[in-house]
Design a protein around this ligand. Structure first.
Ligand code: MG
Length: 289
């Protein structure tokens, strides 16, 4: 390059050498100046971040609204809290209707603060419909044992009733005290879907307690599932289903499936086996967002 410049420009070689040296010097200086400014920027930014950190306060990450509402708990864990809807307090079946014909009253027997299944009258369900909720119910299987497997003390708590008969999402009720059956059909199972995490069943004739958190499925306009149903279930205070994701409605034969619905009653099943009827008491529900 030096030779070419000398030939083309006809300038003395010494002068060209001087010019090139000067260009190189300037270029090196520019590079140092750029580096210096970059360094200056980094130092300034770090100082600014440090200043911000040291000025952060605990209040910056405190959330004060919305404030959870005050709820007075029952005098023991089984009694309904102040915001519960009482579905059965031992007096009458005013909150219940026939699942076969919702214009008809529920015809199960009420005596001594307890409702007892009248098998010939079929399923009963709540007059009201629900979406997400917390639910409490006490239930008793017959003391006089007859039958075995699914034919002993069978009933069902349908967390969402989506039609007549056994349509809906069933949490199994069964006498599973020393009574073997398929485990996804024993007490505490979401029938034919979940296997309960434990078997805390009490003896026949003693009262059991279900506490359930139900998250209803959410559907799109076209019927597709936006978000599946979930159930968390305690039996006698012991966790048996932990935020279990349901695969759809209960199917006795075949695979569960989802079918769009919006708000549903809670249903109880008499079951057609020959064992003596079950009894229920102290049923309440708290609606959840
Ligand atoms: Mg059942």
């Amino acid at each position: 390059m030096f030779q070419t410049l000398a030939r083309c420009s006809k300038l003395p070689r010494k002068y060209i050498a001087f010019l090139l040296f000067r260009c190189m010097l300037l270029s090196t200086m520019r590079s140092y100046i750029a580096d210096f400014f970059a360094f200056l920027c980094v130092v300034t930014l770090a100082a600014s971040l440090h200043a911000q950190e040291t000025s952060a306060k605990p209040e910056d990450t405190e959330v004060w609204q919305p404030e959870p509402k005050v709820v007075t708990p029952g005098t023991d864990f089984a009694k309904p809290p102040s915001d519960a809807i009482v579905l059965f307090d031992g007096k009458n079946l005013d909150e219940w209707v026939s699942a076969q014909d919702r214009s008809q009253p529920a015809k199960w027997n009420v005596a001594d603060g307890v409702m007892t299944v009248a098998k010939s009258t079929g399923n009963i369900e709540t007059r009201r419909t629900f979406h997400n909720y917390q639910f409490h119910m006490e239930w008793r299987t017959p003391e006089n044992i007859t039958g075995s497997g699914q034919a002993r003390g069978n009933s069902g708590l349908f967390l969402a009733s989506t039609g007549k008969g056994d349509a809906g999402y069933e949490l199994q009720i069964l006498d599973s005290y020393n009574n073997k059956t398929y485990v996804n059909g024993m007490v505490g199972s979401i029938y034919k879907q979940s296997i309960p995490l434990a078997n805390p069943m009490r003896k026949p004739g003693e009262w059991n307690v279900y506490d359930v958190v139900w998250t209803a499925p959410v559907f799109s306009d076209d019927g597709s599932v936006n978000s599946p149903a979930y159930a968390t279930v305690f039996l006698n205070g012991v966790l048996v289903d932990n935020h279990f994701e349901l695969k759809g409605e209960t199917r006795y034969i075949g695979q569960p499936f989802y079918k769009k619905f919006d708000g549903a009653p809670i249903k109880l099943q008499p079951h057609g086996d020959k064992s003596e009827p079950l009894s229920f008491r102290n049923i309440w529900v708290r609606e959840l967002p």
